[in-house]
Design a protein around this ligand. Structure first.
Ligand SMILES: Nc1ncnc2c1ncn2[C@@H]1O[C@H](COP(=O)(O)OP(=O)(O)OP(=O)(O)O)[C@@H](O)[C@H]1O
Ligand SMILES: [Mg+2]
Length: 268
């Protein structure tokens, strides 16, 4: 059981979206969305296709700016900060379609993942070869650990373009882990992943949460995955927050069932 639903003193809020709005032309993709993510939780974000989940991730991570509303990370207003500045403050995200660099190997993809170290400057590194070497060595050690964790070690010298869809998803998570951010947003990590790799992905997320205290916000259509891993679960529909509760509660909620009726994932 995750810390988010136990005890009287609830864990602190690490990320919040407040009254977020985003339209594309006439389409209101996100329409007054509120969301809070509590430290140490694995929070699920579900909703029918087109509900605005990925757009919300873009707003939370800084890929796009909201028309109005506010994003806070560890209590600071980050609404206008770009993605890399949010990563420096401890939040990283993956994309619904994995964004690997095909012409590079798996290992190179990991080594090139953006780093989190605050205040790091290239110039001092340039003038200090010893520091460059130490930095490279520590990055390499981390990459070796991430490869082992994601069971990609045998593929470390394979071009990323040659990986299966599921392996690319693992690499995407691996790139997020290279940053050492405590808050990780995953957009459909299970899409296109076969059942064996899905089990590995689930174990990885659980281990990263339990052992390293990482907080996750995960969009996923696979309801078994959500049921096994996520608590609480937030349901989004038509750009808005509908309900936040345990999976058992939301699957019986009449509003949730109504929102999904006719949708692709009507088996909630
Ligand atoms: N760049 C864009 N330009 C125009 N419309 C967009 C853009 N991005 C998203 N939309 C629209 O905004 C709405 C929300 O899309 P979004 O991708 O956020 O939904 P989603 O909940 O992630 O859906 P899915 O479960 O299918 O991934 C949809 O109607 C979509 O067509
Ligand atoms: Mg989406």
């Amino acid at each position: 059981m995750h810390a988010s639903v136990t005890g009287n003193s609830r864990p602190r809020i690490v990320l919040s979206g407040q009254d977020l709005q985003k339209s594309f032309g006439g389409v209101r993709a996100v329409s007054g969305m509120n969301l809070t993510l509590r430290e140490g939780s694995i929070t699920g974000l579900i909703g029918p296709n087109g509900a605005g989940k990925s757009t919300l991730f873009h707003l939370l991570s800084g890929v796009i700016r909201p028309d109005s509303g506010r994003v806070e990370l560890f209590g600071d207003d980050v609404t206008t900060l770009p993605t890399h500045a949010r990563a420096q403050r401890g939040m990283v995200r993956s994309f619904q379609l994995a964004r690997e660099f095909g012409p590079l190997t798996v290992l190179e993809n990991l080594l090139l993942a953006p780093q989190r170290q605050r205040g790091e400057r290239l110039l001092p590194l340039f003038f200090s070869p010893a520091k460059v070497k130490a930095k490279q060595e520590s990055l390499y050690r981390r990459a070796v650990d991430v490869l082992a964790l994601s069971q990609l070690t045998p593929l470390s010298n394979e071009y990323a373009a040659n990986l299966s869809g599921g392996q690319k998803k693992l690499l995407e998570l691996g790139r997020a882990l290279m940053t050492d951010c405590p808050v990780i947003l995953l957009d459909e990590p299970g899409a296109g992943v076969n059942p064996a790799l899905m089990g590995l992905l689930t174990d990885m997320i659980r281990q990263l949460n339990a052992k390293y205290g990482k907080t996750f916000l995960i969009i996923e259509h696979d309801m078994d995955f959500i049921a096994r891993l996520c608590d609480p679960v937030i349901v989004m529909t038509e750009g808005r927050h509908l309900i936040e509760a345990s999976f058992e509660e939301i699957r019986r909620d009449p509003e949730v069932i109504k929102a999904y009726l006719g949708g692709a994932a009507a088996n909630v």
